[in-house]
Design a protein around this ligand. Structure first.
Ligand code: FAD
Ligand code: NAI
Length: 473
C-alpha cells in the first residue's frame, strides 16, 4: 500500500490543531489532522480539552447553575417566585453533554467543508524522511512535508495523589459529578478552582478552596482581586490562602486532606469530593519526540521560537504544549499564524492583547498590564475606574457588582490595560482588546458614542475617568 502523503499533518484536534488544519486547507494545502480523543462510545470527539472537558462543558454548567442561583436568590427582586425549585443534576449533565456533542459535530462538518482528512487515533513521529516526516496516524503510516504539533495539556496531579475521578477529580471528573456533593474541596484557587467551585456552590455544596499562595488571584489586577475576594466570600466560597497541603487520604466516605494553614496550624479538611486544580502540564505523551530529536524544555513543553518553530525543520508547535498562556483563543491564534507562515505569509500573534476571562459571577476579564505590573516596571500611568453601581443598564439588570478600570500611559494616554469585574465582563473586554490592538488612547474610547442604556457605557465612563471627567459618577 502506498503511504498517504500530505503537505501538512496536524497532531491534535483541539482549538489549536483544528483551527490550524482549517486555515492551512483554506490556503490550498493538502491537510490531515490526527486526534485520539474518544467519546463515551469510543468514537472520535474533535475539539480537544476545550470542547470535551474544558471551556465548553464548564460554561454549560456555569450557565445551568447560574439559572438555579438566580431563581433561588434573585428572581424574587423582580417579583418572580417559584415554589419547590429543584435541580436535576443528571439532566443538567445531559444538557452539557449535548452542548459538547454539538461542538464535536461542528468540527467534523468544518473538516469536511474544508477537505481536511481526519485520522482517529494517536499520532506519532516515526522518522525524518525525504525532507519531511513519516508518522503513525493510529494504525496507518502517513507522510508529511510539514507537521504542526497541537497536543495540548493534561491536569497536574498533587505529588503521590493520582486522579481516580471518583474522589480525587481532575477537570474531567469535576464536570461529571453525578449529584451535588455535600462538601466539596478544591486545591488551587486559580481559574478552574473558582469556576468549578462556583458551579457546585450554587447547586448547594459547601465549598472550601485551599490555595498555596498567600495572595488571591496574583496575576489579576490587585483592585479586581480584592473586589473578587470580597464577593466570593459573601457568596459562601471559603477560600483559604497560604496553606500547605499535606497527606491526602481517600476512603469510601470521601477524602481527608491534611494541611497547615497560613498561621502554621495543622488542620484537616474532610470532603465528599476533592477537585485538584493546580495547573496543567504540556502533553507530549506517545508523540515519539525522541524518534526525531524534538526538543522539550524542563517542564516538558515543546521549545519554540516566537513564530512557533521547533528545533526541527518544518515542524511547528502551538497551544498548551508550548510556552505562553494556556488559553483556547491563544492556541487558535497561533494555529492561524502558523498555517499562514507555512503558506509563506506573515501570520502574527500579539501576545500583549490576549484577553483573559474568569467565568464566575461576577465575571472577571482583563487585557494588558495590571497596575502592580506597571508599578514594578516603573511606567508612569493614569488610572480611571467606573462602578457598575452608577450604570443604568446594570441597575435594570439587577447586577451592579464591580467596575471597569482603565490604565493609560501618563503622557501618551495609550491604553496599557483594562480590567473588568462585573456582568458580561467576558463580552465587554472585546472593546478594550480592539482598542489596544489599534493602540488607541483612553481619550479615543471616551469620545466614542456608546449605546444607552448599555453596560458598555461603563467602559466609556472608565475611559473618561482617566481624565477625571466621568459624567455619571
Ligand atoms: P487541547 O485542547 O488539549 O487539544 C489537544 C488534542 O490533542 C486533544 O484532543 C488530545 O486528545 C490530542 N492529542 C494529544 N496527543 C495526541 C497524539 N499523540 N495523537 C493524537 N492526538 C493527540 N481556555 C479558554 O480560553 N477559555 C476557557 O473558558 C477555558 N476553560 C477551561 C476550562 C477547563 C476546565 C480547562 C481544563 C481548560 C480550559 N481552558 C479554557 C483552556 C483550554 O481548554 C486550552 O487552553 C485549550 O484546549 C488548548 O488547546 P490545544 O489545541 O493546545 O490543546
Ligand atoms: P491555574 O494556574 O489557574 O491555578 C492554579 C492554582 O493552584 C494557583 O493559584 C496556584 O498557586 C495553586 N497551586 C498550585 N499548586 C498548589 C498546591 N500544591 N497547593 C495549593 N495550591 C496550589 O490552574 P488551573 O485552575 O488548574 O487551570 C489550568 C489552566 O487552564 C489555567 O491556567 C488556564 O490557562 C486554563 N483555564 C482557563 C479558563 C478560562 O479561560 N476561563 C478556565 C479554566 C482553565
Amino acid at each position: 500500500m502506498t503511504t498517504k502523503q500530505f503537505d501538512v499533518v496536524v497532531i491534535g484536534g483541539g482549538p489549536g490543531g483544528y483551527i490550524a488544519a482549517i486555515r492551512a486547507a483554506q490556503l490550498g494545502m493538502n491537510v490531515a489532522c490526527i486526534d485520539e480523543w474518544k467519546n463515551d462510545k469510543g468514537g472520535p470527539a474533535l475539539g480537544g480539552t476545550c470542547t470535551n472537558v474544558g471551556c465548553i462543558p464548564s460554561k454549560a454548567l456555569l450557565q445551568s447553575s447560574e439559572h438555579y442561583e438566580q431563581l433561588n436568590h434573585h428572581f424574587a427582586d423582580h417579583g418572580i417566585t417559584a415554589d419547590n425549585v429543584k435541580i436535576d443534576v443528571a439532566k443538567m449533565l445531559a444538557r452539557k453533554d449535548q452542548v459538547v456533542k454539538q461542538n464535536n459535530d461542528g468540527i467534523v462538518y468544518l473538516f469536511k467543508k474544508n477537505k481536511v482528512t481526519f485520522f482517529h487515533g494517536r499520532g506519532s513521529f516515526v522518522a525524518a524522511k525525504d525532507g519531511g516526516y513519516e508518522l503513525k496516524a493510529g494504525e496507518e503510516t502517513i507522510a508529511a512535508k510539514q507537521v504542526v504539533i497541537a497536543t495540548g495539556s493534561n491536569a497536574r496531579a498533587l505529588p503521590g495523589v493520582p486522579f481516580d475521578e471518583e474522589h480525587i477529580l481532575s477537570n474531567d471528573g469535576a464536570l461529571r459529578v453525578g449529584a451535588t456533593p455535600k462538601k466539596l474541596g478544591l486545591i488551587g484557587a486559580g481559574v478552574i478552582g473558582l469556576e468549578m467551585g462556583s458551579v457546585w456552590r450554587r447547586l448547594g455544596a459547601e465549598v472550601t478552596v485551599l490555595e498555596g499562595l498567600p495572595a488571591f488571584l496574583g496575576a489579576v489586577d490587585e483592585s479586581v482581586a480584592k473586589e473578587a475576594a470580597k464577593v466570593f466570600k459573601k457568596q459562601g466560597l471559603d477560600i483559604q490562602l497560604g496553606v500547605k497541603v499535606g497527606e491526602v487520604k481517600t476512603s469510601k466516605k470521601g477524602v481527608s486532606v491534611a494541611y497547615t494553614d497560613a498561621k502554621g496550624e495543622a488542620k484537616t479538611l474532610d470532603v465528599d469530593k476533592l477537585i485538584v486544580s493546580i495547573g496543567r502540564v504540556p502533553n507530549t505523551i506517545g508523540l515519539g519526540a525522541d524518534a526525531v530529536g524534538l526538543k522539550l524544555d524542563e517542564r516538558g513543553a515543546i521549545v519554540v521560537d516566537d513564530d512557533c518553530k521547533t528545533n526541527l525543520p518544518g515542524v511547528w508547535a502551538i497551544g498548551d504544549v508550548v510556552r505562553g498562556p494556556m488559553l483556547a483563543h491563544k492556541a487558535e491564534e497561533e494555529g492561524v499564524a502558523v498555517a499562514e507562515r507555512m503558506a509563506g505569509q506573515h501570520g502574527h500573534v500579539n501576545f500583549n492583547t490576549i484577553p483573559w476571562v474568569i467565568y464566575t459571577s461576577p465575571e472577571i476579564a482583563w487585557v494588558g498590564k495590571t497596575e502592580q505590573q506597571l508599578k514594578a516596571e516603573g511606567v508612569a500611568y493614569k488610572a480611571g475606574q467606573f462602578p457598575f453601581l452608577a450604570n443604568g443598564r446594570a441597575r435594570a439588570l439587577g447586577d451592579t457588582t464591580g467596575f471597569v478600570k482603565f490604565l493609560a500611559h501618563a503622557t501618551t494616554d495609550e491604553i496599557l490595560g483594562v480590567h473588568i469585574i462585573g456582568p458580561f465582563a467576558s463580552e465587554l473586554i472585546s472593546e478594550a482588546v480592539v482598542a489596544m490592538e489599534f493602540k488607541a488612547s483612553a481619550e479615543d474610547i471616551a469620545r466614542i458614542c456608546h449605546a444607552h442604556p448599555s453596560l458598555s457605557e461603563a467602559t466609556k465612563e472608565a475611559a473618561l475617568a482617566v481624565d477625571k471627567r466621568t459624567l455619571n459618577f
